[in-house]
Design a protein around this ligand. Structure first.
Ligand code: FAD
Ligand code: NAI
Length: 475
């Protein structure tokens, strides 16, 4: 007899494992299945985010930023360091340790919350009475019965037609996070989030990085002021970004990757790289799930089709995270997972897509929430904008990083905050103020009247709010 659960979650990424924890907290008998393994075969729960995404990329971004600081920023503080060198092996070992600690942390949370964890591929078998039968193919194959199933199987890199990823010369995100030595020439296809973050890591460590982007402009979904500033700063750092590029043939031999492309003006080029990172977006992952066996509806792009509450076309089957519509972000996946668990338990949660923050962990960081200036213009919304540069912020000057600015967009009539956009030091942390403000329906005047500690970077947020009303104090 298959073991019976109230909830079975398939996938232990941020969407799945947090859904499982919340379901267990609410008293539901919960199991979670995940197929990812560590090099030694042990389970590696945490999904893309923990294993080959958010966590390892931020570990490498920090290591490479430290290296860059030693080489370029310390002297200004009067600290002379000579002979600084990067040991890539040690840097990667540190990253691997952080990933393993995170895997272990999730296994601990499963135990603490009495969640049954199954290591293997979970797939739909059939409906039997009021339960869904789920097979687990792993070291010890088994079958579970579930009243509710949450599909949280995530995403995988979008393939570039005609270009095979071998993770030696041609790399996806996994390979880009594990290059064993700094390449002298690194090519990147796609100036999206992964391209910019991974390009930044290897550039800081000494690679000559060339990014080839198909679209005519950089970061089209980012507020136009911030995108312009980013482009200027990235160029200054030596990140060569070519936009409006059409990719041609890609050739790989033992020593190099040769990329043929035409530039925005139609001129043909041939570039040769030691390694090439392909980061042209991600696609939903449902291989092995057995969706067709039970008639689970996926759209033409492979996303599991869900309504606003993450309900699929089948009763008591839910889907969350990268495998469904919406931004492919860890915190979006988690919010949806938690909300579904609460819905199953009879609660009425709500996820507001308009207040999901985005962060790009380049240097300087880019962060935003809500609408961009170009979106508001396209929607015909009458708004006021206020902005404040970090050059005029005392803490940024003390930090030695005055790049960037904060920009706030507010409705002209009601003053309600419609968007908060930032580029600058630690804006990944500062953006939370914008998220909280928008969640509480704040006006720009509310932020302008809140006491912000001095000297902090957050004062730039208050000054941008004051600027909406044309009354900055420190500019
Ligand atoms: P996933 O994390 O993909 O997890 C799905 C899990 O399900 C995987 O472990 C998979 O192996 C497993 N699985 C799939 N099918 C089955 C099956 N049939 N049976 C059992 N298990 C199965 N987002 C951010 O918010 N911030 C960041 O800084 C950030 N950085 C990123 C950096 C990189 C390089 C990449 C690639 C992504 C990054 N992301 C970031 C995106 C983030 O990783 C994803 O949005 C997030 O992991 C999605 O979570 P999820 O739970 O939907 O799926
Ligand atoms: P992306 O969608 O951010 O960027 C892909 C880029 O590739 C786009 O600019 C696109 O125009 C370009 N492109 C597509 N086809 C191309 C071609 N043939 N030639 C040249 N350029 C081409 O996707 P990316 O960077 O792969 O990341 C996937 C997702 O992972 C992100 O959208 C994001 O959701 C998530 N992520 C989030 C991070 C964060 O929150 N900090 C970090 C990394 C990834």
């Amino acid at each position: 007899m298959a073991e019976r659960y109230d909830v079975v979650v398939i996938g232990a990424g941020p969407g799945g494992y947090e859904a499982a924890i919340r379901a267990a907290q609410l008293g539901l008998r919960t199991a979670c299945i995940d197929d990812a393994s560590r090099p030694d075969g042990k389970p590696a729960p945490g999904g893309t985010c923990t294993n080959v995404g958010c966590i390892p990329s931020k570990a490498l971004l920090q290591s490479s930023e430290n290296f860059e600081q030693v080489g370029h920023a310390f002297a200004e503080h009067g600290i002379d360091v000579s002979g600084a060198a990067i040991d890539v092996g040690r840097m990667l070992a540190r990253k691997a340790k952080i990933v393993t600690q995170s895997n272990d942390g999730i296994l601990y949370l499963f135990k603490k919350n009495k969640i049954a964890f199954f290591h293997g591929v979970g797939s739909f078998v059939a409906k039997a009475g009021d339960a869904w039968r789920i097979a687990v193919a792993g070291k010890t194959p088994t079958e579970l019965a579930a009243t509710h199933v949450i599909v949280a199987t995530g995403s995988r890199p979008r393939p570039l037609p005609g270009v095979a990823i071998d993770n030696r010369r041609v790399l996806d995100n996994e390979g880009a996070l594990a290059i064993p030595a700094v390449p002298s020439r690194l090519g990147v296809v796609g100036a999206g989030v992964i391209g910019l973050e991974m390009g930044s890591v290897w550039r800081r460590l000494g690679a000559q990085v060339t990014v080839l982007e198909a679209l005519p402009s950089l970061l089209p979904t980012v507020d136009v002021t911030i995108a312009r500033e980013a482009q200027k700063l990235f160029a200054k750092q030596g990140l060569a970004i070519h936009t409006g590029v059409t990719l041609g043939e890609v050739g790989v031999d033992a020593n190099a990757v040769t990329v043929n492309y035409t530039d925005a003006g139609g001129k043909a080029h041939v570039a040769s790289f030691d390694r090439l990172v392909v980061a042209i977006g991600r696609v939903p992952y449902t291989t092995g799930l057995g969706a067709a066996a039970v008639g689970l509806h996926c759209d033409e792009r492979g996303f599991v089709v869900v309504d606003d509450a993450c309900r699929t076309n089948l009763p008591n089957i839910w889907a969350v995270g990268d495998v469904v519509r919406g931004p492919m972000l860890a915190h979006k996946a988690s919010e949806e997972g938690v909300a579904v668990a609460e819905r199953i338990a009879g609660q009425v949660p709500h996820v507001d897509f308009n207040t999901i923050p985005w962060v790009i962990y380049t240097s300087p960081e880019i962060a935003w929430v809500g609408k961009t200036e170009q979106q508001l213009k396209a929607d015909g919304v009458d708004f006021r904008a206020g902005q404040f540069p970090f050059t005029a912020n005392g803490r940024a000057r003390a930090l030695g990083d005055t790049r960037g600015l904060v920009k706030i967009l507010a409705d002209r009539a009601s003053d309600a905050i419609l968007g908060v956009h930032m580029i600058g030091p630690l804006v990944s942390e500062l953006i939370s103020e914008g998220v909280v403000a928008m969640e509480f329906g704040a006006a720009s005047e509310d932020i302008a009247r809140i006491t912000h500690a001095h000297p902090t970077l957050s004062e730039a947020v208050r000054e941008a709010a004051l600027a909406v009303d044309g009354r900055t104090l420190n500019l």
